[in-house]
Design a binder for this molecule. Structure first.
Ligand SMILES: *Cc1c(COP(=O)(O)O)cnc(C)c1O
Length: 425
């Protein structure tokens, strides 16, 4: 039955058979993914029950958004889940980059220095920090930046980090997920050890963790390991595919107060910001996020195992434990990236007839190719693939609101590579 369904959907008997063979070896990994999801589901439910969520919280406000009980309660729920004093969860935070930019700009002053102890930050942060000159960057406001690269094996350069911390070091930003690079993703516990190292040199350094793609992939979050702020996007994991926009920052009361003053205005802070009818999707998306994140993780593990079986290099490998939902596959050529992305796009519920091509994109230095047949524009908790058009031509695959869709997307990507004569199956 199922096999016939795949055949009718354009998957050859050989590609399907390989998929089934590969899946046999993944049962243990899938069981572990389900356990993390189960734990996260209890965390989310516990927070919602403790906050006594009720029908009234689904109402929204307009205008100033004074007394938006739904918004305020959702922020208490995020703080509970992340084990922080406070949180800012807003559709007015437009994306992950905005959340990170806000957390940085709100907590740094002229003359301060920002440290990245984990190498180059995510592409879009280069302009936020001013590594690439940009209007409104932190550099323009007299905030300097220092970076300590990871060791060749992906570990922390402890001596380099100690040496880089000076009297002006006010904040450190730690990116959890690999982003568009081929370095390891850090577990919350590893991030905890890095935070302890930084605080052993200078205890008052404010730690921001870029948690994009990391939420609910492990039993605990970086905020439970000493991070002052943890930030991310609602069109990634914690929005569960339902949030139509938004970002969050969970952290200490003092840091969140500054973020709120910067997002709205000093004196207004968290008291304003209408939720505009979005509360139901932010609540329900958070509720679904643990299982949606698990579907995405299964898709990532399956993609890794499938492409390994075809002789490609994958990061992480199908056998490694995962602390984000990103899978990269080194494809070696732009043509192969295009075929892979065409497969993911063809398998999509929206815009399945579109052929993705590499092009310029705001915030990114290189041309980027993206497959995103998503209900929410650019949502990468939905099945999507992207990557910068530069060697080693690695594609970054992520998302999948359901495991069957993620599986179909992986099979279709292989099918398109086979059809283009770019791999044998
Ligand atoms: C996606 C992402 C960002 C930026 O988020 P946007 O919502 O695309 O602005 C930052 N850091 C990492 C690691 C990401 O994956």
């Amino acid at each position: 039955m199922i096999r016939k369904g795949y055949e009718e959907s354009g998957i050859s008997a050989r590609v399907y058979a390989r998929g089934e063979e590969v899946l046999k070896g993944l049962q243990g990994a899938f069981r572990e993914i389900d356990e993390v999801a189960e734990h996260a589901q209890l965390k989310v439910l516990g927070a919602m029950r403790r906050a006594r969520v009720s029908e009234a919280h689904m109402m929204g406000t307009t205008g100033y958004g004074h007394n938006d009980e739904g918004r305020d309660t959702l922020e208490r729920i995020y703080a509970d889940i992340f084990r922080t004093e406070d949180a800012l969860v807003r559709p007015q935070i437009t994306c992950g980059t905005h959340a990170l930019s806000l957390a940085l700009a709100a907590n740094l002053h002229p003359g301060d220095e920002l440290l990245s102890p984990v190498g180059a930050p995510y592409d879009t942060l280069e302009e936020v920090i001013g590594i690439r000159p940009s209007v409104g960057s932190l550099a323009e406001y007299g905030v300097t930046y220092r970076q300590v690269d990871l060791l060749p094996d992906g570990g922390f350069d402890e001596a380099g980090i100690r040496a880089a911390i000076g009297p002006r070091t006010r904040m450190a930003t730690i990116q959890r997920s690999r982003g568009y690079s081929l370095r390891p993703t850090f577990s919350p516990a590893q991030i905890g050890r890095l935070i302890a190292l930084i605080h052993s040199v200078k205890p008052d350094v404010i730690i921001l963790v870029d948690n994009c793609y990391g939420e609910f992939t492990d039993y605990r979050e970086p905020s439970e390991f000493g991070a002052d702020m943890t930030a991310g996007s609602l069109i990634k994991n914690p929005g569960g595919g339902l949030a139509p926009a938004g970002g969050y920052i969970a952290g200490t009361r003092a840091c969140i107060e500054r973020c709120a003053a910067r997002l709205t205005a000093p004196g207004l802070g968290k008291d304003v910001g209408a939720s505009l009818g979005l509360n139901p999707s932010l609540y329900q998306g958070l509720f679904l996020s643990p299982t949606v994140t698990a579907s995405a993780k299964k898709g990532a593990v399956f993609a890794a195992a499938m492409y390994e079986s075809l002789g490609f290099r994958t990061f992480p490998s199908s056998r490694e434990r995962r602390y984000d939902i990103i899978q990269s596959v080194e494809l070696g050529s732009l043509a192969a990236m295009e075929a892979f992305c065409l497969g993911v796009q063809t398998a999509a519920p929206v815009d399945s007839f579109v052929r993705p091509v590499a092009s310029e994109m705001a915030g990114y230095a290189d041309d980027v190719i993206m497959a995103a047949g998503t209900f929410v524009q650019g949502s990468s908790i939905e099945l999507s693939a992207d990557g910068p058009a530069r060697p080693p031509y690695a594609v970054y695959f992520q998302g999948g609101l359901t495991w069957p869709h993620a599986k179909f997307g992986v099979l279709m990507s292989v099918q398109k590579l086979v059809d283009a004569g770019l791999c044998l199956c």
